[in-house]
Design a protein around this ligand. Structure first.
Ligand SMILES: Nc1nc2c(ncn2[C@@H]2O[C@H](COP(=O)(O)OP(=O)(O)OP(=O)(O)O)[C@@H](O)[C@H]2O)c(=O)[nH]1
Length: 193
């Protein structure tokens, strides 16, 4: 049965810049990926965490109450759009709350501020924080699935390219610290040590 709201945690990246799986890096003793789950947990009916083959076991050992899966075999490793498509294929929903695993200051209020924009009837609701678009911490309508698949089949992996083809409600957010994205150890040391 189609759900109203489902969460997607994107956890299938390679963490090349970080040097080890950044999903499991910690802030205050809690792994990064868990902050993303927590930020959406109260707002959705279920959560799909999409990872890759090499991290799957490690996530399974965490015994999470989320649906754990790996990227759709046709698109494995093709980036965040592959993860979003995979989750949309797994669980049908009207809306998807999406978060990456490398934003350890993420809070529920980001999604709470985005959700009301559903009334504008957009395909996507995406925040702009500190003048930067945050396309991976956003809300997608389920009808985006076919457009994402078309792009993946053409190996067009850019989210911004996808946004050019749909209606996006852009939402300016003041507190850009919440969106702090940790890609490297230098960034980790700067924001978390
Ligand atoms: N499911 C899935 N998630 C992905 C994929 N690529 C990136 N992600 C996730 O998307 C978010 C942003 O990823 P990036 O930081 O751009 O890429 P990364 O591969 O994790 O890191 P780098 O190797 O340093 O570029 C993170 O939460 C990643 O786990 C993918 O192919 N599949």
């Amino acid at each position: 049965m189609k759900k109203e709201m489902v969460g997607i945690v994107l956890a299938g990246g390679q963490s090349r810049r970080f040097g080890s799986p950044k999903a499991f890096a910690e802030r205050n003793g809690i792994p990064f990926y868990f902050y993303s789950i927590q930020a959406m947990d109260d707002l959705v009916e279920s959560i799909v965490l999409v990872t890759n083959e090499s991290l799957f076991k490690q996530f399974r050992n965490e015994k999470l109450s989320v649906e754990l899966t790996t990227d759709h075999q046709d698109f494995a490793g093709l980036g965040p759009l592959a993860g979003i498509y995979t989750a949309m294929e797994k669980v049908e929903a009207e809306w998807y709350l999406i978060a990456p695993v490398d934003v350890p200051f993420i809070e529920k209020r980001i999604f709470s501020l985005l959700l009301p924009y559903r009334s504008n009837n957009p395909d996507v609701i995406a925040p702009i924080a500190g003048d930067r678009l945050q396309p991976l911490l956003s809300i997608f309508r389920g009808t985006m699935k076919d457009k994402i698949k078309e792009q993946l089949l053409r190996k067009e992996l850019s989210i911004k390219q996808l946004f050019d083809k749909c209606t996006v409600s852009y939402v300016e957010m003041k507190d850009d610290l919440l969106f702090t994205n940790i890609n490297s150890l230098e960034e980790y040391n700067c924001f978390l040590e």
